[in-house]
Design a protein around this ligand. Structure first.
Ligand SMILES: NC(=O)c1ccc[n+]([C@@H]2O[C@H](COP(=O)([O-])OP(=O)(O)OC[C@H]3O[C@@H](n4cnc5c(N)ncnc54)[C@H](OP(=O)(O)O)[C@@H]3O)[C@@H](O)[C@H]2O)c1
Length: 330
């Protein structure tokens, strides 16, 4: 790392990189220097198309490059923990796509790798880096909805790519791992860690959930309600309601110019809270860069990512067994 610049490498040529590349380039003190693919020709073509200086034909080769300080991991879900750990052991800081891992044990190994390497590791839950999320949490704490009693979230889209990694169980496909992780993280962002969860899923013939609906129960009387899926049209929802009002985060998760908080009390009182349009991927890359270069705190800790994974795993366990399950692994 130079004194002032974080030099980034991309681990894979995933579609989601299209969001991160402009975000890295828009961030002061960040520079995109390398990309790796399982296939050298693909890496070279990708590097040429995106004007990235260096291309590697394996992920290991990029990790061996001493002039890469941080990597963005956009691999299929089942590979997140393994490559995050490899990257940290190679001395790289890691921004890893959600979910951080697909088991609590893997999360513990990632946390151990962060501690032993001294590198920054963070889960790329981009919307939680957006200022409206901080504002929403402050408003809940200030009593905007009175006592919180119900938190709801949903994320679905119609997945028509038949060969998508999201349909493949061996890569930890499935709608809950993919888009369901957002409403679950939203409910936890507001209400903290649930005691118990219940889930129903509709499986494909390959065995991944195409639709998932879940409930999160809290000892203090709060309920969380979520759903997600690949067999519905695009919709994103997030709402906190309580004894005195409701906060609706419009256009959550994939935040854009339409994202805003609507605060409703009674039948007629409504107030809208906006923020300047801020790209959530830029918020994420800026925060990560500041965390590495200045030691600034991140909004999403590894412990919180671990709790999200624990909640998702327990929802799957409940759907598999048909029983409510306690979330035991805090
Ligand atoms: N935060 C967000 O807004 C957001 C949005 C979409 C996706 N995501 C996350 O980003 C990750 C990637 O999603 P995506 O839709 O961008 O995936 P994708 O386009 O399918 O890309 C995945 C990449 O992983 C590499 N790969 C390594 N082993 C693979 C295997 N066995 N099968 C297939 N690909 C393999 C491939 O790159 P090479 O061939 O170049 O090695 C491939 O391009 C997922 O974890 C997803 O949850 C986040």
């Amino acid at each position: 790392m130079t004194d002032t610049t974080l030099r980034w490498g991309l681990l894979s040529t995933a579609r989601i990189n299209e969001r991160l590349i402009p975000a890295i380039r828009a961030t002061e003190r960040a520079e995109l220097v390398a990309v790796a693919s399982r296939d050298l020709a693909r890496a070279e073509a990708y590097a040429a198309e995106h004007k990235i200086p260096r291309a590697y034909g394996s992920y290991e080769a990029l990790l061996d490059d001493p002039e890469v300080d941080a990597v963005y991991i956009s691999l299929p879900n089942s590979l997140h923990a393994e490559w995050t750990i490899c990257a940290a052991q190679a001395g790289k800081h890691v921004l890893c796509e959600k979910p951080l891992a697909v088991s609590v044990e893997q999360c513990d190994q990632v946390i151990a790798a962060a501690e032993s390497s001294g590198r920054v590791i963070a889960e790329a839950v981009m919307y939680l880096y957006h200022p409206l999320l901080q504002r929403l949490r402050e408003m809940v704490k200030e009593g905007a909805v009175g006592q919180v009693t119900l938190v709801r979230g949903a994320f679905s889209f119609f997945l028509d790519r038949l060969n998508d990694v999201r349909w493949r169980p061996e890569l930890a496909g499935g709608s809950l791992w993919d888009v369901g992780s957002y409403p679950v993280s939203f409910i936890r962002w507001v209400a903290g860690e649930p005691e118990e969860v219940f889930g129903w899923q509709v499986l494909t013939s390959s065995g991944v959930d195409a639709t998932f609906a879940g409930l999160l129960r809290y000892d203090n009387g709060v309920l969380g309600v979520m759903d997600c899926g690949f067999r519905q049209q695009f919709r994103v929802q997030a709402e906190v309601t309580g004894t005195e009002g409701t906060l609706t985060l419009e256009r959550p998760y994939l935040m854009n110019a339409q994202s805003r908080i609507v605060w409703q009390r009674g039948l007629d009182q409504e107030q809208v809270i906006t923020s300047p349009e801020i790209n959530p991927y830029e918020c994420e890359v800026r925060a990560f860069t500041r965390a590495v270069l200045e030691g600034a705190p991140l909004p999403v800790s590894l412990e919180s990512s671990r709790a999200n994974v624990a909640t998702l795993v327990t929802l799957y366990e409940s759907a598999r067994t048909g029983q409510p399950c306690r979330v035991l692994v805090w």
